[in-house]
Design a protein around this ligand. Structure first.
Ligand SMILES: Cc1ncc(COP(=O)(O)O)c(C=O)c1O
Length: 443
């Protein structure tokens, strides 16, 4: 049996209807922005392998860091023990994160980073309110949010085909407007509005603030919910309202961290410092699963005490895995040495220049660009903005057309997006823009 036949006989892939699926790509090698298939094809990785890769595949410096660490220590329990990569990485992170974030808690993927953040927020209020007033356990989250697939992360994510079967298991969340300007929930226009959509959050906090533990947002870019890009004023407004109503702010930067939106962290666009921030994906440059939930000293302090019930009882077998931490440190070095933020600014300008003209096509409703991410929202009717959503078959059809041309893209239904590793060259970006244009012209 070949690899695909063996895969078919033994595996179950994520987000995949296994009955009707196409054969998966058999990838045997990666180098820079390219992936190589077993049958000798080369594909440009236009989605950074699920948004995790930033410096390219199989980078010699990252490979070396991983090999060196493996020689020294591959893993050790992180309760009652520590190790240099965990401490070094925490120090590096705290030096780079928005000022005020002071403590790093490790876990191992984006969903767990969010679970940890939500649990910390709820226990923070339990530890600090000592029975005074109503219990603060409610979470406010946004429409179109995506925070992961574990049950807590699904609860705070927007209602979707991903979450519906599990509705009976999920905890209730107060859901408020996101600043989705192309489909403004209030029917306003961005060039004349005053971010009135923040009123949804304000209403929720006015009526339920005293029961609310935290407001959770994906700052500046809501990814899986449709690559929705925000005006920075909305982000600043979230922080202002959290302060006004005395509620914690959690920033889920699992996708946006490490330059994706053009700043090291998307919170810098506000600029705001959240009380709790979640990181994963590009943290290890796409090498190994690792996540961070970092908090302010005030949040951390609430868990200190002689009373053991104040302890944060949470952990995972692979918490602070030394191999993952070592690669994350090497990725930080690459970030600083190669002026990555300046590179992303050039990428943003090139994407905007190259893709905006596609608005002339009848299927293109909106073109959005932020940092190293470009999204094209496809519509069936430009005037009414009708579109098929996540299950729209346009997604898989486009994906196949691009793969035939040597480009790996995986639209979210009717949202076609491009999010390459930052090491992509200007010529490669031009080539991708050309491929997107010519495929969209034929549909
Ligand atoms: C903003 C955000 N939060 C959380 C997650 C969940 O991360 P993971 O897939 O590593 O569990 C994702 C994944 O796409 C994400 O985009």
């Amino acid at each position: 049996m070949n690899l695909i036949e063996r895969d078919r006989a033994s595996l179950w892939h994520p987000y995949t209807q296994m009955k009707t699926r196409r054969d998966p790509l058999a990838i045997v090698r990666g180098e820079g922005v390219y992936l190589y298939t077993q049958d000798g094809r080369r594909l440009l990785d236009g989605i950074s392998s699920w948004w995790v890769n930033i410096h390219g595949h199989s980078h010699p410096r990252l490979n070396q860091a991983l090999a060196d660490q493996a020689e020294r220590l591959e893993h050790v329990i992180f309760a009652g023990a520590t190790h240099p990569p965990a401490v070094d990485l925490a120090e590096r992170l705290l030096g780079a994160l928005p000022r005020g974030l002071a403590r790093v808690f490790y876990s191992d993927n984006g969903s767990t980073a969010v679970e940890v953040a939500v649990k910390m927020a709820v226990q923070y209020w339990r530890n600090t309110s000592a029975g005074a007033g109503p219990s603060r356990h409610r979470i406010v989250a946004l429409h179109h949010a995506y925070h992961g697939d574990t049950v807590g992360a699904m609860s705070v994510s927007g209602d979707s085909v991903f979450t519906q079967p599990f509705a009976p298991l999920m905890f209730p969340v107060d859901r408020v407007y996101a600043p989705y300007c192309y489909r403004c929930p209030l029917g306003l226009q961005r060039d004349t509005c005053h971010i009135e959509c923040l009123g949804g959050l304000e209403d929720a906090l006015r009526t339920r603030g005293s029961e609310t533990a935290a407001v959770l947002v994906e700052p500046m870019l809501q990814g899986a919910g449709g690559m929705i890009m925000w005006p920075a004023e909305f982000l600043a407004g979230v922080r202002r309202l959290c302060d006004q109503y005395g509620v914690l702010m959690i920033a889920d930067e699992v996708l946006t961290g490490f330059g994706r939106t053009g700043k090291m962290f998307a919170c810098e666009h506000g600029p705001v410092t959240p009380d709790i921030i979640c990181l994963s994906k590009a943290l290890t440059a796409g090498y190994l699963p690792l996540a961070v939930t970092a908090v302010t000293e005030a949040v951390y302090d609430a868990f200190l005490g002689d009373d053991h019930t104040r302890t944060f009882f949470h952990g995972h077998s692979f918490t602070a895995n030394p191999l993952a931490c070592a690669v994350a440190i090497a990725s930080f070095d690459l970030f600083q040495e190669s002026s990555v933020i300046a590179r992303i600014a050039r990428l943003e300008a090139q994407l905007r220049r190259g893709l905006t003209p596609l608005l002339r096509l009848p299927v293109v409703g909106d073109v959005r660009v932020l940092g190293g991410v470009a999204a094209i929202e496809l519509v069936t009717d430009k005037a009414s903005r009708d579109a098929g959503g996540y299950l729209d078959q346009i997604g898989p059809r486009l994906s196949s057309a691009f793969v035939e041309r040597g480009l790996l893209l995986r639209p979210l239904g009717n949202i076609l997006y491009f999010m390459p590793p930052y090491v992509i060259t200007d010529d490669e970006v031009d080539w991708v823009i050309g491929q997107i244009g010519s495929v969209l012209e034929t549909i």
